[in-house]
Design a protein around this ligand. Structure first.
Ligand code: ZN
Length: 263
Protein backbone atom coordinates (compact mmCIF):
# COMPACT_ATOMS: atom_id res chain seq x y z
CA UNK A 1 0.00 0.00 0.00
CA UNK A 2 1.16 3.50 -0.82
CA UNK A 3 0.19 6.46 1.37
CA UNK A 4 0.31 10.11 0.34
CA UNK A 5 -0.77 12.93 2.64
CA UNK A 6 -2.98 15.29 0.62
CA UNK A 7 -3.79 17.72 3.41
CA UNK A 8 -3.13 18.05 7.12
CA UNK A 9 -4.74 20.90 8.99
CA UNK A 10 -3.29 20.96 12.51
CA UNK A 11 -5.58 23.74 13.63
CA UNK A 12 -8.79 21.82 13.09
CA UNK A 13 -7.14 18.40 13.50
CA UNK A 14 -8.10 17.08 10.08
CA UNK A 15 -6.06 14.75 7.89
CA UNK A 16 -6.69 13.76 4.27
CA UNK A 17 -4.55 11.08 2.67
CA UNK A 18 -4.54 8.89 -0.41
CA UNK A 19 -4.22 5.14 0.19
CA UNK A 20 -3.26 3.40 -3.02
CA UNK A 21 -3.18 -0.30 -3.93
CA UNK A 22 -5.49 -1.43 -1.19
CA UNK A 23 -9.09 -2.65 -0.88
CA UNK A 24 -12.36 -1.20 0.30
CA UNK A 25 -12.44 -3.96 2.91
CA UNK A 26 -9.22 -2.75 4.49
CA UNK A 27 -10.11 0.95 4.48
CA UNK A 28 -13.52 0.09 5.93
CA UNK A 29 -11.92 -2.03 8.66
CA UNK A 30 -9.83 1.02 9.56
CA UNK A 31 -12.96 3.20 9.61
CA UNK A 32 -14.78 0.78 11.91
CA UNK A 33 -11.79 0.51 14.24
CA UNK A 34 -11.52 4.30 14.57
CA UNK A 35 -15.26 4.66 15.22
CA UNK A 36 -15.67 1.73 17.61
CA UNK A 37 -12.38 0.66 19.16
CA UNK A 38 -9.89 3.52 19.65
CA UNK A 39 -10.41 4.54 23.30
CA UNK A 40 -10.67 8.12 24.54
CA UNK A 41 -11.47 9.77 27.87
CA UNK A 42 -14.99 10.95 28.71
CA UNK A 43 -16.98 11.72 31.83
CA UNK A 44 -18.72 8.57 33.07
CA UNK A 45 -19.79 9.40 36.66
CA UNK A 46 -21.08 12.71 37.98
CA UNK A 47 -21.50 13.43 41.67
CA UNK A 48 -23.81 16.40 41.98
CA UNK A 49 -23.14 18.19 45.28
CA UNK A 50 -25.22 21.25 44.55
CA UNK A 51 -27.43 22.13 41.63
CA UNK A 52 -29.93 24.94 41.92
CA UNK A 53 -29.82 25.73 38.20
CA UNK A 54 -32.87 25.29 35.94
CA UNK A 55 -31.47 22.09 34.41
CA UNK A 56 -32.00 18.66 36.00
CA UNK A 57 -28.93 16.80 37.30
CA UNK A 58 -29.33 14.25 34.47
CA UNK A 59 -29.24 16.92 31.76
CA UNK A 60 -26.10 18.47 33.22
CA UNK A 61 -24.48 15.03 33.52
CA UNK A 62 -25.29 14.34 29.87
CA UNK A 63 -23.80 17.66 28.76
CA UNK A 64 -20.64 17.08 30.82
CA UNK A 65 -20.33 13.63 29.23
CA UNK A 66 -20.19 15.13 25.76
CA UNK A 67 -17.34 17.55 26.56
CA UNK A 68 -14.27 16.10 24.75
CA UNK A 69 -11.37 15.53 27.16
CA UNK A 70 -7.67 15.45 26.26
CA UNK A 71 -6.63 11.82 26.30
CA UNK A 72 -3.31 10.34 27.37
CA UNK A 73 -3.24 6.72 26.21
CA UNK A 74 0.19 6.15 27.79
CA UNK A 75 -0.87 6.93 31.37
CA UNK A 76 -4.41 5.48 31.42
CA UNK A 77 -5.87 2.05 30.78
CA UNK A 78 -9.43 0.88 30.13
CA UNK A 79 -11.19 0.13 33.46
CA UNK A 80 -11.88 -3.48 32.35
CA UNK A 81 -8.17 -4.03 31.63
CA UNK A 82 -6.87 -2.26 34.76
CA UNK A 83 -5.06 -4.03 37.61
CA UNK A 84 -7.70 -2.71 40.01
CA UNK A 85 -10.26 -4.92 38.24
CA UNK A 86 -12.44 -1.97 37.33
CA UNK A 87 -12.91 -0.77 40.93
CA UNK A 88 -11.29 2.55 40.03
CA UNK A 89 -7.75 3.81 40.60
CA UNK A 90 -5.36 6.49 39.38
CA UNK A 91 -4.46 4.31 36.34
CA UNK A 92 -8.00 4.13 35.01
CA UNK A 93 -9.81 7.22 36.36
CA UNK A 94 -9.34 10.98 36.32
CA UNK A 95 -11.35 13.42 38.43
CA UNK A 96 -12.43 16.94 37.56
CA UNK A 97 -14.41 19.42 39.63
CA UNK A 98 -16.73 22.18 38.55
CA UNK A 99 -17.82 24.88 40.99
CA UNK A 100 -19.79 27.89 39.77
CA UNK A 101 -21.89 30.39 41.71
CA UNK A 102 -21.74 33.53 39.61
CA UNK A 103 -24.66 34.52 37.42
CA UNK A 104 -23.92 33.79 33.78
CA UNK A 105 -23.04 30.86 31.55
CA UNK A 106 -20.96 28.00 32.96
CA UNK A 107 -18.42 26.94 30.31
CA UNK A 108 -16.41 23.77 29.77
CA UNK A 109 -13.11 25.39 30.80
CA UNK A 110 -14.50 25.80 34.34
CA UNK A 111 -14.04 22.02 34.77
CA UNK A 112 -10.83 21.88 36.80
CA UNK A 113 -8.81 18.67 36.38
CA UNK A 114 -6.80 16.91 39.11
CA UNK A 115 -4.52 15.60 36.36
CA UNK A 116 -3.71 18.57 34.09
CA UNK A 117 -3.36 16.17 31.14
CA UNK A 118 -7.07 15.27 31.29
CA UNK A 119 -8.77 18.61 30.64
CA UNK A 120 -11.51 19.83 28.29
CA UNK A 121 -10.22 20.09 24.71
CA UNK A 122 -12.32 23.15 23.91
CA UNK A 123 -13.16 26.14 26.02
CA UNK A 124 -16.39 28.03 25.48
CA UNK A 125 -18.70 24.97 25.41
CA UNK A 126 -21.78 26.06 27.39
CA UNK A 127 -22.96 23.69 30.17
CA UNK A 128 -25.73 25.70 31.87
CA UNK A 129 -26.78 29.28 32.52
CA UNK A 130 -26.95 30.34 36.18
CA UNK A 131 -29.15 33.12 37.50
CA UNK A 132 -28.19 35.23 40.51
CA UNK A 133 -28.05 33.08 43.63
CA UNK A 134 -27.96 29.76 41.71
CA UNK A 135 -25.08 27.36 42.21
CA UNK A 136 -23.56 24.32 40.56
CA UNK A 137 -21.02 22.09 42.25
CA UNK A 138 -20.08 18.71 40.80
CA UNK A 139 -17.22 16.25 40.83
CA UNK A 140 -16.90 14.09 37.74
CA UNK A 141 -15.00 10.90 37.02
CA UNK A 142 -13.61 10.43 33.53
CA UNK A 143 -12.60 7.02 32.22
CA UNK A 144 -11.36 5.57 28.95
CA UNK A 145 -14.05 3.97 26.85
CA UNK A 146 -14.85 2.86 23.31
CA UNK A 147 -17.13 4.41 20.71
CA UNK A 148 -19.11 1.18 20.34
CA UNK A 149 -20.44 1.70 23.89
CA UNK A 150 -21.28 5.40 23.60
CA UNK A 151 -20.69 8.23 21.14
CA UNK A 152 -18.92 10.28 23.86
CA UNK A 153 -15.98 7.85 23.51
CA UNK A 154 -15.56 8.31 19.76
CA UNK A 155 -12.19 9.88 18.86
CA UNK A 156 -13.42 11.34 15.58
CA UNK A 157 -14.75 10.46 12.18
CA UNK A 158 -13.02 8.54 9.39
CA UNK A 159 -14.65 8.37 5.98
CA UNK A 160 -13.42 7.71 2.46
CA UNK A 161 -14.16 7.66 -1.26
CA UNK A 162 -12.58 6.11 -4.32
CA UNK A 163 -9.74 8.16 -5.76
CA UNK A 164 -11.27 10.20 -8.58
CA UNK A 165 -9.81 10.33 -12.07
CA UNK A 166 -10.68 13.39 -14.11
CA UNK A 167 -11.56 13.12 -17.80
CA UNK A 168 -11.75 16.37 -19.77
CA UNK A 169 -14.06 16.29 -22.75
CA UNK A 170 -14.32 19.98 -23.54
CA UNK A 171 -13.64 23.43 -22.20
CA UNK A 172 -14.90 24.81 -18.90
CA UNK A 173 -16.78 27.99 -19.74
CA UNK A 174 -17.64 29.30 -16.27
CA UNK A 175 -14.63 31.38 -15.11
CA UNK A 176 -16.26 32.20 -11.76
CA UNK A 177 -15.47 28.61 -10.66
CA UNK A 178 -11.85 29.68 -10.01
CA UNK A 179 -13.06 32.21 -7.49
CA UNK A 180 -15.68 29.93 -5.93
CA UNK A 181 -13.49 26.84 -5.63
CA UNK A 182 -9.86 28.07 -5.66
CA UNK A 183 -8.60 24.67 -4.39
CA UNK A 184 -10.15 22.81 -7.32
CA UNK A 185 -10.07 25.10 -10.37
CA UNK A 186 -7.38 27.40 -11.74
CA UNK A 187 -6.84 29.68 -14.69
CA UNK A 188 -4.16 28.40 -17.05
CA UNK A 189 -3.35 29.99 -20.40
CA UNK A 190 -6.70 31.75 -20.49
CA UNK A 191 -8.62 28.49 -19.80
CA UNK A 192 -10.20 27.11 -16.66
CA UNK A 193 -8.67 23.77 -15.72
CA UNK A 194 -9.06 21.34 -12.82
CA UNK A 195 -6.25 21.03 -10.26
CA UNK A 196 -5.88 17.29 -9.88
CA UNK A 197 -4.57 17.18 -6.30
CA UNK A 198 -7.11 19.75 -5.14
CA UNK A 199 -9.95 17.87 -6.78
CA UNK A 200 -8.95 14.53 -5.27
CA UNK A 201 -9.44 15.80 -1.73
CA UNK A 202 -12.43 18.04 -2.43
CA UNK A 203 -16.06 17.04 -1.91
CA UNK A 204 -17.07 18.08 -5.43
CA UNK A 205 -16.67 14.60 -6.95
CA UNK A 206 -20.39 14.12 -7.56
CA UNK A 207 -21.20 17.64 -8.71
CA UNK A 208 -18.23 18.41 -10.97
CA UNK A 209 -20.05 17.18 -14.09
CA UNK A 210 -22.77 19.77 -13.54
CA UNK A 211 -20.39 22.52 -12.33
CA UNK A 212 -18.15 22.20 -15.37
CA UNK A 213 -21.09 22.22 -17.80
CA UNK A 214 -20.33 18.65 -18.86
CA UNK A 215 -16.69 19.41 -19.69
CA UNK A 216 -15.37 17.17 -16.91
CA UNK A 217 -16.43 13.66 -16.04
CA UNK A 218 -15.11 11.53 -13.22
CA UNK A 219 -14.14 7.90 -13.00
CA UNK A 220 -13.08 6.05 -9.88
CA UNK A 221 -9.95 4.04 -9.28
CA UNK A 222 -11.00 0.69 -7.87
CA UNK A 223 -7.97 0.13 -5.61
CA UNK A 224 -7.16 3.73 -4.64
CA UNK A 225 -8.93 5.74 -1.94
CA UNK A 226 -9.02 9.21 -0.49
CA UNK A 227 -9.36 8.89 3.29
CA UNK A 228 -10.56 11.72 5.53
CA UNK A 229 -9.94 11.70 9.27
CA UNK A 230 -11.46 14.36 11.49
CA UNK A 231 -10.46 14.24 15.15
CA UNK A 232 -12.81 15.51 17.86
CA UNK A 233 -9.69 16.70 19.69
CA UNK A 234 -9.11 14.10 22.43
CA UNK A 235 -6.25 12.61 20.37
CA UNK A 236 -4.49 14.02 17.33
CA UNK A 237 -4.95 12.35 13.93
CA UNK A 238 -1.63 10.52 14.13
CA UNK A 239 -2.46 9.08 17.57
CA UNK A 240 -5.86 7.91 16.34
CA UNK A 241 -4.39 6.12 13.33
CA UNK A 242 -1.51 4.57 15.29
CA UNK A 243 -3.91 3.31 17.93
CA UNK A 244 -6.34 1.96 15.30
CA UNK A 245 -3.59 0.08 13.48
CA UNK A 246 -2.33 -1.42 16.76
CA UNK A 247 -5.84 -2.57 17.71
CA UNK A 248 -6.55 -4.01 14.25
CA UNK A 249 -3.23 -5.82 14.35
CA UNK A 250 -3.96 -7.34 17.78
CA UNK A 251 -7.41 -8.48 16.57
CA UNK A 252 -5.86 -10.24 13.57
CA UNK A 253 -3.26 -11.86 15.84
CA UNK A 254 -5.91 -13.24 18.17
CA UNK A 255 -7.94 -14.45 15.16
CA UNK A 256 -4.90 -16.25 13.80
CA UNK A 257 -4.13 -17.77 17.21
CA UNK A 258 -7.69 -19.01 17.61
CA UNK A 259 -7.71 -20.44 14.10
CA UNK A 260 -4.41 -22.29 14.63
CA UNK A 261 -5.70 -23.70 17.92
CA UNK A 262 -8.95 -24.96 16.43
CA UNK A 263 -7.71 -26.13 13.03
ZN1 ZN B 1 -7.81 0.98 37.84
Amino acid sequence: MDIEVLDFDRKVNRLVFAARDTTGAFVNALRRTVANEVPVMAVEDVEVRKNSSVLYDEVIAHRLGLVPLKTDLESYTLPEECKCGGAGCARCQAKLTLVADDAGIVYSEMMKPKDPKVKPVFSGMPIVKLLKGQKLEVEVTAVLGKGKAHVKWKPGLLYYKHYPVIRMSGEIKDASLVERFPDVFEQKGGRVVVKEAGFAKSHLTDSIDELSGGAVSVQEKEDDFVVYLESWGQLDCKEILESAVKILDAKLDSFKEELTRKA
